[in-house]
Write a protein that binds this ligand. Structure first.
Ligand SMILES: Nc1ncnc2c1ncn2[C@@H]1O[C@H](COP(=O)(O)OP(=O)(O)O)[C@@H](O)[C@H]1O
Ligand SMILES: Cc1cn([C@H]2C[C@H](O)[C@@H](COP(=O)(O)OP(=O)(O)O)O2)c(=O)[nH]c1=O
Length: 225
């Protein structure tokens, strides 16, 4: 009888922060770097990432769900997440790929929990149901004054994208959102790193590469010896 060696589980990295802070830009750069190291890097986003979750994305970002209130939004973001984890993220990690995800459960904590006011106990239950054991190994929180992030998002819109449901919220919403992310980072320092996103994109990318090197690549190499 022959036994197949199980591949080592891949690493799960999430990118978080307010609107226009540079999450997609940095995710793409890190994926390119990892691929150059011979690592299979799967890139994905939330809400979305699978056909079913992308359908929920369209409804959530259209603003049509907003009238139902933040608890309903949290439940639907979590429903999309459950499918994304089961159908894409967990299988990729299991086969040894690294998964890079643009937003994940911290977005629900920050957007629906912060100003949305959904009770932390309810959010924790939804998160456990959707995420299970598929928790990020590293979460990069890109931090930028909301004015700058919204200006970047507006410039991107001028290139053809529409404003989404949350870009239209007031300045206080975006300030509270920033603080909510900083609070998450403070409460889970072993998982989260706050990165100054005001620097040029190439500098931010270098900082992120160093973090990944120290936190994920170096320990993996040591374990293999
Ligand atoms: N460090 C940076 N400095 C200036 N502009 C940036 C930087 N990073 C990204 N951008 C630009 O800002 C806009 C928003 O970036 P994006 O990566 O789409 O943000 P997010 O995914 O967080 O919404 C894009 O037009 C992008 O080219
Ligand atoms: C994943 C997730 C996203 N959101 C919000 C944040 C964003 O405004 C929006 C996703 O849009 P997206 O286009 O991914 O964000 P960005 O403007 O940063 O590029 O949905 C939540 O409110 N809760 C969640 O759980």
């Amino acid at each position: 009888m022959t036994f197949m060696a199980m591949p080592e589980r891949g690493r799960f990295i999430t990118f978080e922060g307010g609107e226009g802070v540079g999450k997609s830009t940095q995710l793409a750069r890190l994926a390119e770097y990892l691929r150059a190291q011979g690592i299979e890097a799967v890139t994905t986003r939330e809400p979305g990432g699978t056909p079913k979750a992308e359908k929920l994305r369209a409804a959530l970002l259209s603003g049509r769900i907003a009238a139902l209130g933040p608890l309903a939004e949290a439940a639907l973001f979590s429903a999309a997440r459950a499918d994304h984890v089961d159908a894409l993220i967990a299988p990729a990690l299991k086969r040894g790929a690294w998964v890079l995800c643009d937003r994940f459960a911290d977005s629900t904590r920050a957007y629906q929990g912060g100003r949305g006011g959904v009770e932390p106990g309810a959010l924790a239950l939804l998160e456990k149901a959707a995420v299970g054991d598929t928790r990020p190994d590293l979460t990069i929180i890109l931090d930028l004054p909301p004015r700058e992030g919204l200006a970047r998002a507006a410039a991107r819109r001028a290139e053809g994208e529409g404003a989404d449901r949350f870009e239209g919220e007031d300045a206080a919403f975006h300030e509270e959102l920033r603080q909510a992310y900083l609070d998450i980072a403070e409460s889970e320092p072993e998982r989260c790193c706050v990165v100054n996103a005001a620097a040029p994109a190439a500098d931010v990318a270098e900082t992120i590469r160093q973090l990944v090197q120290v936190r994920l690549l170096a320990p993996t190499a040591q374990a293999a010896q």
